[in-house]
Structure formats: C-alpha cells, structure tokens
Design a protein around this ligand. Sequence first.
Ligand SMILES: Nc1ncnc2c1ncn2[C@@H]1O[C@H](COP(=O)(O)OP(=O)(O)OP(=O)(O)O)[C@@H](O)[C@H]1O
Ligand code: SF4
Ligand SMILES: [Mg+2]
Length: 331
Amino acid sequence: MTPLLEVDDLHVSFATPRGAVRAVQGVSLSLEQGTTLGIVGESGSGKTVLSRAIMGLLPRHSATQTGSVRYQGNEILNAPNDELRQLWGTHIAMVFQDPMTSLNPVLRIGRQITETLRIHLDLTKSEAKETALSLLMQVGIPSPVERFNAYPGQLSGGMRQRVMIAIALACAPNLLMADEPTTGLDVTVQAQILDLLSTLQHERQMAMILVTHDLGVVATRADEIIVMYAGNVVERAPTNVLFTQMSMPYTEALLGSMPRISYPSHTRLLSIDGRPPDLLSPPAGCPFAPRCPYAQGKCHREKPTLVEGAVPGHSYACWFPLPIREKAATS
Ligand SMILES: Nc1ncnc2c1ncn2[C@@H]1O[C@H](COP(=O)(O)OP(=O)(O)OP(=O)(O)O)[C@@H](O)[C@H]1O
Ligand code: SF4
Ligand SMILES: [Mg+2]
C-alpha cells in the first residue's frame, strides 16, 4: 500500500550573503495513515525547515529544495502554490508553536474557524457556525458559545492553542504537522494539549508529525522517532526500540541529558557539551564527531550514512554504533 507521506533524499538549502546554509541534508522518511512520527533534535537541527518543506511553506526565492515529497503517491515538492492550496487544510494541516502569530488578533475566534470551514467546505453560514461550535467543544474549550465571540487576546495561551487545533482540524485533514505545539505553555497545559492532540489523532485516524526538542513528549506519543542532527537523520526507530536499543551516540547523549529515561513527559533536553557544526560548511566526516566521546579517526574523515540495524525499522548513521562499542569494551 502506498504510504500517506513519503519523503526521499530531501535537501533544503538557503541562499544567504555568507553562502548556502544546508539546513536539510538528504532526509528520507515515510508515514502511514493513523500513525505518529516524532521528530526530535536540538535547536537548529532542521526540524522546522523539514516540516515546512514537506508542507511547501518555505520561501521560494531563498530556499532551494531537491529530492521528493509524495503525498498519497503524488509529488508535491516544488508544486505550484494553487496545487498546494488544495492540500492545505483539507489534507495536511499545521499547528505552529505560537498561536498569537497565526491567529488574527482583530477577528473573533468563531469567525476565524467559520472562515476556514467556508473556504474549504461548501457550508452555509449557520452550518459553519454549528460545526465551529462543535469543534470548540471537541478541543475542550469551556463555554464555546461565549468563546465563539471572543478575540484571541481575551483567551489564555493554552486556549488559543486549542483554537489553533480546532482550525487545523476543521476540514478533517489526513495529516497534522505539529511543530513544538506546546512550547511556551506551562507544564500542565502542555500535557493537556498534547493529550488532546493524541486523543483527536486516534479518534480521527489521522497521521501526525510531532516535532519537538522535548524527548519526553515523543517517548509516550510517537509510534516512531526520527532523531535529527545538523540537518541529517542520524537515527530512526520504532519508539520502544529507540529508547531501549539506541545505537547512535547523539541519541544516547539526548537520552543522557534527560533526568530519567522513564520520566514520562515534558522533560526538556539539557544541553549537550559543544555546539552543532556550522551549516554553511558542514564537516567532511560525521557531523557529531567534534562532540562525540567515541569519535575515532575515521569519524572525522568519512560521513556515515544511515544503515539498517538488527531490528526492522531501525537505522542509524554511525561508524561505531553502541552494540559494537559495548563488544569492544568487553573483549
Ligand atoms: N530562511 C532561512 N534562511 C537561512 N537559514 C535558515 C532559514 N531558516 C532556517 N535557517 C537555518 O536552518 C537551520 C535549521 O533551522 P530550523 O528552524 O529548522 O531548526 P529547528 O530544529 O526547528 O530548531 P528549533 O528547535 O530552535 O525550532 C538553522 O541553522 C537555521 O538558522
Ligand atoms: S560516527 Fe563516530 S563521531 Fe559519529 S556518532 Fe558514531 S562514533 Fe561518534
Ligand atoms: Mg523549529
């Protein structure tokens, strides 16, 4: 069966006065209907650029994109905007980090939802209002009839994010891209919003890409996780495999930076010593080599590519993956 989304060897670079910033360097992934893919990595690793490239939201004048992004088998990378507009909202929708920048501050929230409904679906005014109220209820907004007439500034951050989710879900998309959907919200509200997303995703059999630098978020909510480092996928695995059999030292460092691996959620990554490489001139070898405690000569000379691990669906990019290092240490 054709996957819902297939990304193949996607490269994205930005033209800047200092040269080309290679933000995404050959990413491949696929996603089945109804499943959740977590994308995790430090700040600047390319998570947002990758998500926006998949959506076709990067500025055409500065971003060069090569490779392939297929949605339901159709190529959408570099597709014309009017073609993409048919997909946005109805097939693929996005929830961004900061609802204040995505909501119109001078439009009542009810209107913002009904407008989305009326643009994409052939609904009358009263049908759109009824649907909007039902959506507000589904996303857990108390007193939806009153909130319908509120302006975004009259709602709390958590409520605004719920409104954004209502708008994203208005046209029943097959794929929801959620890029750091709870950053900036307090911990209890974060959990509520993430649980809401998971519940709605299961109810609607929607696929979701959950982008975060918070490993706790993907540990409990994603079926599969991709770890990104400096524009590259450095490890990919079903969630339980990643947490129990990670092979890549960067993933190990991410896990080590959590207070406890079993810690349920909302655990921020503490910083890992050193800095990611300059994306203007990526190093010849493994991008993690300058920070990796296991780096050897080969790591600095040759870039490792993703190879399949022993468990189906597990792959990693490392010359000296964890099991081999362990064997070397015990022999
Ligand atoms: N329009 C742009 N022009 C030039 N460089 C860009 C542009 N957008 C992003 N970048 C660069 O691409 C790299 C990846 O950025 P991206 O925003 O995808 O990181 P991220 O993983 O989402 O980080 P964060 O966790 O902070 O959101 C960064 O080095 C960033 O500076
Ligand atoms: S390839 Fe070498 S430097 Fe890179 S993560 Fe593996 S051991 Fe570390
Ligand atoms: Mg980002």
